[in-house]
Design a protein around this ligand. Structure first.
Ligand code: BJW
Ligand code: ZN
Length: 250
């Protein structure tokens, strides 16, 4: 089912209105309109020559901790400057309209929380937090440290961003809660994600296997598009506010 300019499919509007539990999965696409580059889009300026998939790994950090740290410093600055966009805000509004709402995000930018969303499962960590690779202590003032990367005040170990890199495990409890929310909802929305990175990419398929309708919001095709019950082909910052307005008149 395609998104057409004439508006949103009546069946989808009814489904949203009658859902007691909505589960949403978001990816980098929802923050694109806040000026945070997506993972698979070309990086700008100095970082254009690097492939994010080669930098977001424990191997890259071991090989060149300074390079990886500086990439995260650049991205942290973008995130600090960014503001939630109408897509983030529409999801926070949606949460207030339904009795149960679970927002699973792969994003590390904290923009959902800043938009007012409450029940958030962050699968890939938080770019604004820093922890020691040796003693695992979280450090607040890492950014004032003169070394690059800064070192842990307790044990002198290297500090790293508190995110999940390729080859690392996702936080167990969060992942279990995400799979449960995908299995137990009435409607699943997959928004702004390329549906390539596992295990998150399995979540909409788990919903489908449980006969739960899945809505995809993305301007591009993904491996989910053909299977999605409804495909709303557009930018999250445009589609989501319109969806929320059509369903709940807010
Ligand atoms: C818009 C838009 C607008 C644009 N509106 N939309 C099974 C099979 C094969 C491989 C594996 C497997 N299980 C595990 C793996 C290995 C690996 C993996 O999945 N690799 C794939 C690439 C094949 N997974 C892992 O390593 C995971 N760990 C794990 O599973 O542990 C156990 C294990 C390990 C090893 C082997 C087997 C088991 C960990 C994954 C961690 C991912 N971490 C990152 C970095 C986080 C920190 C950071 O930010 O630096 O997370 S990678 C990166 O990808 C980031 C993202 O959260 C994640 C997903 O990307 P996302 O959000 O989908 O962004 P994009 O850029 O890909 O897409 C943006 C989309 O938005 C596009 O579709 C646009 O069209 C769209 N868009 N504008 C709406 N305005
Ligand atoms: Zn330490």
């Amino acid at each position: 089912m395609e998104w057409d300019e004439g508006g949103i499919h009546q069946g989808l509007i009814a489904k949203l209105r009658n859902s007691n539990h909505i589960t949403v999965l978001t990816g980098a696409g929802i923050s694109a309109e806040s000026g945070v580059p997506t993972f698979r889009q070309a990086q700008s300026g100095l970082w254009a020559q690097y492939d994010p998939q080669q930098l977001a790994t424990p191997q890259a950090f071991r090989r060149n901790p300074r390079l990886v740290w500086e990439w995260y410093s650049w991205r942290r600055e973008l995130v600090n400057k960014a503001k939630p966009n109408p897509g983030h805000i529409a999801l926070a509004t949606m949460e207030q309209q339904v009795s149960r709402f679970t927002l699973i995000t792969q994003n590390v930018d904290d923009l959902h929380r800043r938009a007012g969303s409450q029940n958030i499962i962050a699968l890939h960590g938080d770019i604004l937090k820093t922890r020691c690779i040796d003693c695992h202590t979280y450090t607040e003032d890492a950014l004032q440290n003169e070394n690059i990367p800064p070192r842990c005040f307790h044990c002198g170990g290297l500090l790293r961003p508190d995110v999940v890199w390729f080859g690392e495990s996702l936080p167990t409890e969060a992942l279990e809660a995400a799979f449960t929310a995908a299995r137990e909802c009435d409607l699943f929305l997959s928004i702004g994600t390329s549906t390539l990175v596992e295990p998150s990419a399995s979540l909409p398929f788990i919903a489908l296997q449980n006969d739960i309708p899945v809505v995809e919001i993305n301007p591009e095709e993904t491996p989910l598009s053909r299977s999605a019950t409804y495909q709303l082909k557009g930018a999250a910052g445009k589609v989501l506010p319109e969806l929320v307005r059509s369903v709940w008149q807010v």
